[in-house]
Design a protein around this ligand. Structure first.
Ligand SMILES: [Zn+2]
Length: 250
C-alpha cells in the first residue's frame, strides 16, 4: 500500500479524466491521496474532491507563487483550515525562482504558519531557491505540534538535515529519478522521516518524464527509494505509508 502525499488532482489537467485517474491509482495499490490546495478556488475544489472520495484528503493554502493574484484574508483561511477533511496547511513557503513579491510571500507564509498552529495541523512546505529564508522563518516561529514536511525535496543532505532538525519530514517526488544530484540526500535521511508524493500533474518520474504525472506513478518513487536504500519495495512502501498516516492523522 502506498500514499501519494502531494497531488494536484483539482488542476484543470485532470478535467477530462479525473475519476479514471483516481480509480487507476486505487486499483494499483494507492491507499490514500493528499490533494494539495494552492489558492482559494483550488483549495475549495480540493475540499470538494475530498468530500467526494473517502480516501482523498485535502489541504488548503495560498501558494507563494499565487500571493500576487489574491488578497490574503486570514479569517477566511482559518475557517477553511478547520474543515474536517483538511489534514494539513500548505503548500506554503517561499519561491524566489518565480519573481513574485518576496515580502508578500513572507507575510502570507508567516500567517499560514500561525493558522497551522491555531488548528493544530502540520505544514506542507514549498521552497524554491529560498531554503535559507524558509529555515530562518521556521526557526523564529511557533510551529504546529507535528511540524510537517518539506515537499519535492531535491537538495543535498546538509539542507535536509536542517529541516530534520526542526522536526520536519522529507518528501520525494519524480525528480529523484532524473539524476543523482536530486536523490543524493536519500541514503542519509532515515526511512522513518521519508514520505513519497507525485506532485502531479508535474514531475512525472522516469519512464514517464515529460508526460502528465498521476498518483498511480507514486510507486516509482517508492521503487527508487528502495533501490537507493537497498531495501525491498514493500519495506519502502510500508514505512513511507506509516509515516504519512502518523503525520496527517489518517
Ligand atoms: Zn505541489
Amino acid at each position: 500500500m502506498l500514499i501519494d502525499t502531494h497531488a494536484h488532482l483539482s488542476f484543470k489537467d485532470f478535467n477530462k479524466d479525473r475519476d479514471q485517474v483516481i480509480k487507476r491509482a486505487f486499483e494499483i495499490g494507492v491507499e490514500k491521496i493528499i490533494n494539495v490546495g494552492t489558492n482559494l478556488e483550488d483549495s475549495k475544489n480540493s475540499i470538494a474532491l475530498a468530500e467526494k472520495y473517502k480516501n482523498i484528503y485535502a489541504t488548503v493554502s495560498l501558494h507563494p507563487i499565487d500571493v500576487e493574484n489574491e488578497k490574503f484574508d486570514e479569517e477566511l483561511w482559518l475557517k477553511l483550515a478547520k474543515d474536517q477533511k483538511i489534514v494539513a496547511i500548505g503548500e506554503t513557503g517561499l519561491d524566489f525562482f518565480h519573481s513574485s513579491d518576496k515580502e508578500k510571500q513572507k507575510e502570507v507564509f508567516k500567517a499560514l504558519i500561525k493558522i497551522a498552529c491555531q488548528v493544530g495541523k502540520p505544514l506542507i512546505l514549498h521552497s524554491r531557491e529560498s531554503d535559507k529564508e524558509v529555515l530562518d522563518i521556521l526557526s523564529h516561529s511557533k510551529l504546529p505540534p507535528k511540524r510537517g514536511v518539506i515537499h519535492c525535496f531535491s537538495r543535498d543532505y546538509t539542507i535536509a538535515k536542517k529541516f530534520l532538525n526542526l522536526g520536519f519530514l522529507i518528501s520525494y517526488t519524480g525528480n529523484i529519478t532524473y539524476n543523482k544530484e536530486s536523490s543524493s540526500s536519500i541514503l542519509r535521511v532515515p526511512l522513518n522521516k521519508i514520505m513519497i508524493e507525485t506532485d502531479c500533474p508535474f514531475m512525472a518520474p522516469v519512464p514517464f518524464r515529460g508526460k502528465r504525472n498521476e498518483p498511480s506513478y507514486v510507486k516509482y518513487i517508492a521503487e527508487k527509494i528502495a533501490e537507493i536504500k537497498n531495501i525491498t519495495f514493500e519495506a519502502a512502501a510500508e514505512r513511507t505509508t506509516q509515516n504519512a498516516k502518523s503525520l496527517f492523522n489518517l
